[in-house]
Design a protein around this ligand. Structure first.
Ligand SMILES: Cc1cc2nc3c(=O)[nH]c(=O)nc-3n(C[C@H](O)[C@H](O)[C@H](O)COP(=O)(O)OP(=O)(O)OC[C@H]3O[C@@H](n4cnc5c(N)ncnc54)[C@H](O)[C@@H]3O)c2cc1C
Ligand SMILES: NC(=O)c1ccc[n+]([C@@H]2O[C@H](COP(=O)([O-])OP(=O)(O)OC[C@H]3O[C@@H](n4cnc5c(N)ncnc54)[C@H](OP(=O)(O)O)[C@@H]3O)[C@@H](O)[C@H]2O)c1
Length: 419
């Protein structure tokens, strides 16, 4: 009779993958998988969560909508439904991604967290080790995948950035990162410090206002805020249009003048603008400008207080760098995200120590020895789609060439055997 002991259960399995291994089933991983399907290349997608698009399903707040018009956010070969609004909601985007996975018949292996990946020079293969995270009997069980190509699709926003701030551990109220914030419902009437003024910080503050909480937003340096729309067009779309004719520095100037005409002088509310223009800053440092959807109005009406950097926390108080002390109930860290590639990919040529490809866009999608990266362009979903198409085409070509070579050898052998 067949039986196995606990030891058998946890012994690492070794699996040969005929095709690439894609790490991550977010929009980037799904887009590469769809492209590979179109090129007839088999693949395996490994996903540590129990669903596709875990960032969108598990780690974002309820009121989230896409910031850019839908045609900039669609994945290759599959437009958004026509009845979707210009800026789809989080739920609509998730439904779209589910339909995408269904259309291209993408079935990731869920609850498999990639713990390490290394290129084995001797056998010229990638060794990708996973640990099961399903919470059941198989939790902790390990699998090693061997493959010719490795596609890194774990995202620029894989881990929350949680800064060390003096006294934060002694703070008695609730402390959470924006990735765990869902809505302002549980913050009604509370005084909340929101650390960070990126898109997350601004939108969390706006949401808190809508639930009658009292947010103070910490702005420690500077930030570009642009209206989501200018002259009846999406600001992003307008910028892309202008870039076809004008140099980047001039487009930046035009954007800032138009933003000033609509939002007024935001510096008087404590929102200092960086000395470098919004597009140049995005291109050189990856800092996304805030696309305002109502927070500035709440700042103007003082429903959102803008405060300078934090000196330290104590049990119920935050002390700011200007010496001001605020009694507060909760802290929300809207302090951003980082890549997790450096924790698992044993490679130092292609990725920086921050887990982002060293070569800037459009050259950061292909490394050596069958290594690829998708979704690290700091250009959101449109950047991910562009990378995905290049990767699928590249692997598809090698796959077909290999197939042709194998067929030639077989035909040659058959010819020899008939003589
Ligand atoms: C709040 C928020 C709102 C955003 N809104 C927009 C927007 O409107 N428009 C836009 O273009 N961009 C937006 N972005 C940027 C967004 O991250 C990307 O557009 C998109 O989600 C990137 O897709 P991705 O597949 O590259 O990464 P992700 O969506 O992060 O997917 C990566 C996947 O990899 C999995 N994974 C990570 N590590 C491992 C591992 N070791 N083993 C196995 N699986 C792993 C994760 O669980 C995840 O499912 C937003 C980001 C945030 C945080
Ligand atoms: N609707 C949407 O589409 C939407 C919504 C939310 C987010 N996003 C996207 O998601 C990505 C992440 O955005 P994000 O806003 O979460 O992160 P982010 O853009 O990286 O912003 C992080 C903010 O936290 C601040 N910060 C970090 N550490 C701090 C500290 N110790 N003290 C004080 N301030 C600190 C930063 O200030 P400094 O600048 O001084 O470092 C910055 O203001 C972006 O690409 C964004 O566009 C999109």
């Amino acid at each position: 009779m067949f039986s196995f002991s606990n030891n058998d259960l946890f012994a690492p399995r070794c699996v040969w993958v005929n095709g690439p291994v894609i790490v991550g089933a977010g929009p980037s991983g799904l887009a590469v998988a769809a492209g590979l399907k179109e090129h007839g290349v088999p693949f395996v997608v490994l996903e540590k969560a129990d669903c596709i698009a875990s960032l969108w399903k598990i780690r974002t707040y309820d009121r989230l909508k896409l910031h850019l018009p839908k045609h900039f956010c669609q994945l290759p070969e599959f437009p958004f439904p026509e009845n979707y609004p210009e800026y789809p909601t989080k739920k609509q985007f998730i439904d779209y991604l589910e339909s995408y996975a269904k259309k291209f018949d993408i079935n990731p292996q869920f609850n498999e967290c990639v713990e390490s990946a290394k290129y084995d020079e001797a056998c010229r293969l990638w060794r990708v080790k996973t640990v099961s995270t399903n919470g059941g009997a198989y939790t902790g069980s390990e699998v090693e995948y061997l493959c010719q190509w490795l596609v890194v699709a774990t995202g620029e926003n894989a881990e929350p950035v949680v800064p060390e701030i003096e006294g934060l551990r002694e703070f008695k109220g609730e402390v959470l990162h924006a990735c765990d914030y869902k809505s302002g419902e549980s913050f009604r009437g509370k005084k909340v410090v929101v650390v960070g003024c990126g898109n997350s910080g601004m939108e969390v503050c706006l949401d808190l206002c809508n639930y009658d909480a009292k947010p103070s937003m910490v702005v420690r340096s500077s930030v570009h805020v642009l209206p989501r729309e200018l002259l009846g067009k999406s600001t992003f779309e307008l910028a892309m249009l202008m870039l076809k004719w004008l140099p980047l520095w001039l487009v930046d100037k035009v954007l800032l003048v138009l933003a000033w005409m609509i939002l007024g002088n935001i510096e008087k509310y404590g929102l200092k603008r960086p000395s470098v223009g919004p597009l140049e800053l995005k291109n050189t440092q990856g800092n996304t400008p805030v696309l305002d959807i109502g927070a500035i109005e709440k700042i103007r009406s003082r429903e959102i207080q803008v405060v300078p950097g934090i000196k330290k926390f104590s049990s119920s108080v935050v002390e700011l760098v200007n010496g001001e002390k605020l009694e507060i109930d909760s802290v929300i860290l809207a302090t951003g995200y980082r890549s997790n590639v450096l924790y698992w990919l044993q490679e130092s040529e292609f990725f920086t120590k921050n887990g982002i490809p060293k070569a800037p866009f459009p050259n950061g999608w292909k490394g050596k020895s069958g290594l690829y990266a998708v979704g690290f362009t700091r250009r959101g979903l449109s950047g991910a789609s562009a990378d995905a198409m290049k990767i699928a085409k590249d692997i598809g070509k090698i796959w077909k060439d290999d197939l042709r070579k194998k067929q030639k050898v077989t035909t040659h052998r058959r010819c020899i055997s008939t003589f």
